[in-house]
Structure formats: C-alpha cells, structure tokens
Design a protein around this ligand. Structure first.
Ligand code: HEC
Ligand code: HEC
Ligand code: HEC
Length: 440
C-alpha cells in the first residue's frame, strides 16, 4: 500500500513537472500596449500598398461578420470543437488592435501569438502569413493602423476541453508552423518565385486547396493543392488531380484570377469568389506570377485543346428526346443563360459558363453544382461575371438531381449516386439561418 501511494506521488510530481515545463516553455510574454501611431507617421504610398496587400490576404473576408462593419470581426467559423470568432482588427484601443505595436502585430501574423501572449487558433492562417516579407508586413500594419477605429465587443471563442487550453496550440505549431520566409528556389525563374511568395504567403491558397490530416494540419508533398472541402463546398484540386475536362493553361488561370471567369472552365463562386475579389485588384505581373507558380503543379505536357470543338463533341450525339424531363428542365430554367452546344460566347447576363466545360460537373462531388443551383450566385466575384438566380424555391431535390444527372450523361459521365438525398441535405444545411457547416 505504502509503495503504491509513493508511486502515485512520484507520477503526480512528474506530471506537474511535465505540464509545468510545457507551460514554461510555451509561455509568451504580453507586449505592453503602445501609443497609437499618428496617421502622419506613415507614407501614403505605404498605406496604399498595405490596402492592396490586405485584399490579397482576404483580411476583411474573415474579419467582417455578415452585415457588419469592415474588419470589426465576429464572423463565426465553425469547427468540430466549437465556434471560433474572428477578432476586431480596426485600431480601437479597447476591442481592436489599437494598442498593438508593430512588434505585437508581427508576432501575431508570423507566430500566431496575440498581444496578451495568448496562442491563436490556426483558423487564422498564420502558418501562411509567416512567409510575408518585412516590407509587406510593415505596409499591412500602416494600412490597418490608419483605418477608422471601431469599438465592437465580440462573442468569446470558447472551445470544448481540451481545445480551450490555448498553450496546447504550441504543440500544434511545433508540428505545422514553419516560420520565416519561403526559401527561394534558384532553379526556378524569378516569376515563379514571386508566384510562390503570393500563393504560400498572403494568398494562403493551401489553407483551402490542400487536404488536412487528422490534426487539421495541411498535407504537403504530393497531396499539396490536391483538393479539400469547406462549408459544404468541394475545393477543387489545383494539381494534375483536377477534374477539369480541359487542361488549365497559364492564360486560363490569369483570366480566372483577373475576372473570376475562364471561358474554358467556368466561374469562381462560393468561397472562391471573395478570394478573386482580392486577387483581381493585384497587378498583372503578380497575377501572371501566380499563374506560373500554380501551373507548375499541373501536368506540363497537357495540350490546351480547342474548347469549341470539345463542347461540340459532347453534343454530337443528343442523348435525350426533347420531352425528357432533364432536357425540359434545362431548356426551361437554364438554357437562356447557359445555352450549351452553341459555342463559347458571352451573353447579356454577364458571362455564359459552358456547363460542358465546368469543373464542377465533372467532379466526384455534386456539391458545388447543386449549391449553385439551390442558392444561385448572389455576389459576383467581379462586376463582369454577373449573378445567377437561386432555384431553391422553383425546383425540388428530385428535379435538381434529374437536371444534373441528365447533364452528366450528355457529357459522357456516370450519374452521381444518391443525388436527391444529397441535394436535400445541402438544401437544409444552407437554408437561411442555418449555421455554417465546417471550418477550414
Ligand atoms: C481564414 C480566415 C482569416 C483570414 C483570411 C485572416 N484572419 Fe486574422 N484571424 C482569424 C481568426 C479566426 C482569428 C482569431 C483566432 C483566435 O481567436 O485564436 C484571427 C486573428 C487575427 C489577429 C489577432 C487579433 C487579436 O486580437 O488577437 C490579427 C492581428 C489578425 N487576425 C490579422 C489579420 C490580417 C492582417 C489578415 C489579412 C492579411 C487576416 N488576419 C486574415 C481569421 C482570419
Ligand atoms: C476560402 C477558401 C479558398 C481559398 C483561400 C482559395 N480558394 Fe481557390 N477555390 C475555392 C473553392 C471553393 C473553389 C471552387 C469554386 C467554384 O466552383 O466556383 C475554388 C476554385 C479555384 C480554381 C478553379 C479550379 C477549377 O478547376 O475549376 C482555381 C484555379 C483556384 N481556386 C485557385 C486558387 C488560388 C491560386 C488561391 C490562392 C491565391 C486560392 N484558390 C485560394 C476555395 C478557395
Ligand atoms: C439569369 C441567368 C442564369 C440562369 C437562368 C442560370 N444561370 Fe447558371 N450561371 C449564370 C452566371 C452569370 C454564372 C456565373 C456567375 C458568377 O460566377 O459570378 C453561372 C454559373 C453557373 C454554374 C457554375 C458555377 C461555378 O462555380 O463554376 C453552374 C454549375 C450553373 N450556373 C448552373 C446552372 C443551372 C443548372 C441552371 C438552371 C437550373 C442555371 N445555371 C441557370 C447565369 C445563369
């Protein structure tokens, strides 16, 4: 009995040492509040540059709640462990980052630790932002600190035990946070390196486009950019694993980043639309650099191919009689804007995506196509792409399923299985008032 008791105390003592040591090792000091830098202390060019960089980093996309004031935070991001709320990044001293020195800002962006010394959840993509150069980081700081300060008290992020113990994030960082600038690849041209800097840094493309492992860390190697899921959306692969029916070219990517639309592939909707909104403002040189970097993950030998001929080929053999239900639904609800088989043209309703070329119709997952039909495209990525009406109230789950599988068959693809049930699930999950489905 005595030895057992002794053992118990030894184990307890060891545990205290280990936990205490862990806390001591992970301890980050608070950084004293600093006086708000005077607006005149930053050059106007630096502030302008920071504004463009903030668009590239989608800061306002995450740091603005629906209907809220820009950058005042409060957007709920659902995770399996609870809801994480984004923070107020306006320079309000009490509820925002008003008292933050550059040192404190830089620590949050590169190391994921806030001014108080608390570890931040990786729903904030600091694993990418750690790559941002000093020059760009200073411009971002100058921009944020010179915006209007808005007081906005936020709901508190309270995750379930043990995820509420923020020092635990230090262990996650140890596995997944590779601090510092991206090493330059001298075997590649400067354009490629510039593209890598954008994609791996502020662009945080891999946060959505790379699959995650069991600890929610981004997978690398051959899994990098291999596709993932987000809020019910299937995030397509950017690699040769793509389901795009025609290979992407650097010009296609450039058009997609600049206008949110590639006539040979389709448009940017869902979570990609705000990303394009930020990208479309960047310089042509940067968008070409980004295209060149993303192209290097694709099959270099693929022939670009003739899109017109491809579409014509898909319709050479009409698979359905004119009174087939799927065909009638398409003619009635969709053909006015998506007149497939008639070539790659623009229409009076913004762009006219050829669905026979759309990645989403060829994907293993019906989700993106079904979500677009249910909810429409209310906010265009850029003014040129236009919007699409929602069919939630006009078409039943069965009708949407028939419509989609009719298109799939016409394009020579296997029908999606169990489709009416999946459309029904997506309809419920995205009904007005439903909470967001899943986190990054
Ligand atoms: C994908 C969503 C997302 C994007 C994009 C994003 N953030 Fe955040 N950010 C968050 C979340 C979530 C938190 C809070 C994390 C937590 O509470 O642990 C956060 C926290 C922060 C913090 C710490 C604030 C505090 O009070 O603790 C700063 C500073 C910050 N973000 C700045 C930025 C900047 C600058 C950009 C753009 C370059 C940006 N964020 C883009 C999600 C995002
Ligand atoms: C917030 C999540 C998110 C981020 C960040 C993001 N993407 Fe996307 N991306 C998506 C989703 C979702 C789609 C599918 C959109 C659709 O079907 O309309 C997509 C589609 C694409 C496509 C079209 C693929 C195809 O075959 O149709 C390209 C190319 C792309 N993204 C590139 C990028 C690049 C480059 C970046 C970084 C600068 C990036 N994405 C950042 C979510 C994201
Ligand atoms: C009033 C015109 C209009 C009608 C009617 C319409 N669409 Fe669209 N659709 C568009 C436009 C414009 C876009 C691209 C918008 C954007 O991305 O900003 C689009 C995009 C799409 C996309 C691609 C989304 C993506 O992320 O790549 C699909 C799939 C789609 N529509 C299917 C349909 C189907 C099926 C119907 C019939 C039920 C239909 N649309 C009816 C205008 C329309």
């Amino acid at each position: 009995m005595r030895t057992l008791k002794k053992l118990f105390f030894i184990v307890l003592a060891l545990l205290i040492i280990v936990i205490g040591g862990f806390f001591a090792l992970t301890h980050q000091p608070a950084i004293e509040p600093a006086a708000q830098p005077a607006a005149g202390s930053f050059a106007p060019q630096l502030i302008d540059k920071g504004k463009l960089l903030a668009a590239m980093g989608d800061c306002a996309v995450c740091h603005t709640a629906p209907g809220g004031t820009k950058n005042t935070g409060g957007l709920p991001i659902a995770s399996p462990f609870g809801t994480i709320y984004t923070t107020n990044i306006t320079p309000d001293a009490e509820t925002g980052i008003g008292g933050w020195s550059y040192e404190a800002f830089e620590r949050a962006m590169r190391h994921g630790v806030n001014r108080d010394g608390q570890y931040l959840y990786p729903a904030f993509p600091y694993t990418s932002f750690t790559r941002v150069s000093d020059e760009d980081m200073k411009a971002l700081y100058a921009y944020l600190m010179t915006q209007p300060a808005v007081k906005h008290q936020l709901p508190k992020t309270e995750l379930k035990f043990p995820f509420n113990i923020r020092p635990g994030i230090a262990a996650w960082n140890w596995m997944y946070l590779k601090k510092g600038p991206l090493p330059e690849d001298t075997t590649k041209p400067p354009e490629w390196n510039r593209g890598a800097y954008i994609a791996e840094g502020l662009g945080h493309c891999s946060a959505c486009h790379s699959p995650r492992d069991q600890f929610a860390g981004e997978k690398g190697g051959s899994e990098k950019f291999a596709g993932s899921t987000l809020d019910g959306w299937s995030v397509p692969a950017l690699t040769s694993k793509t389901s795009a029916p025609m290979p992407w070219t650097a010009d296609d990517l450039y058009a997609y980043f600049k206008h949110g639309f590639s006539p040979r592939h389709g448009s940017a909707a869902g979570p990609m639309a705000p990303v394009i909104h930020g990208l479309s403002q960047q310089s042509d040189a940067d968008l070409k650099a980004l295209s060149s970097y993303i192209m290097s993950f694709k099959d270099a030998n693929a022939q670009s191919g003739d899109a017109e001929a491809f579409v014509a080929g898909k319709f050479k053999e009409p698979k359905f009689a004119i009174d087939h239900e799927g065909y009638r639904l398409f003619e009635g609800a969709c053909a006015s804007c998506h007149s497939d088989a008639s070539g790659v043209k623009d229409s009076m309703f913004g762009v006219r995506p050829q669905l026979a070329l759309n990645t989403n119709l060829y994907s293993d997952s019906p989700n993106n196509a079904a979500l677009v039909i249910l909810n429409g495209i209310q906010e265009a990525a850029t003014p040129t792409t236009g919007t699409m009406p929602a069919f939630r109230h006009n078409l039943s789950d069965a009708q949407i399923a028939t419509l989609l599988n009719t298109m799939r068959e016409q394009y020579g693809l296997k029908p999606w299985s169990d489709l009416p049930a999946q459309v029904g699930k997506l309809r419920r999950d995205t009904a007005p008032g439903a909470t967001r489905l899943s986190a990054h």
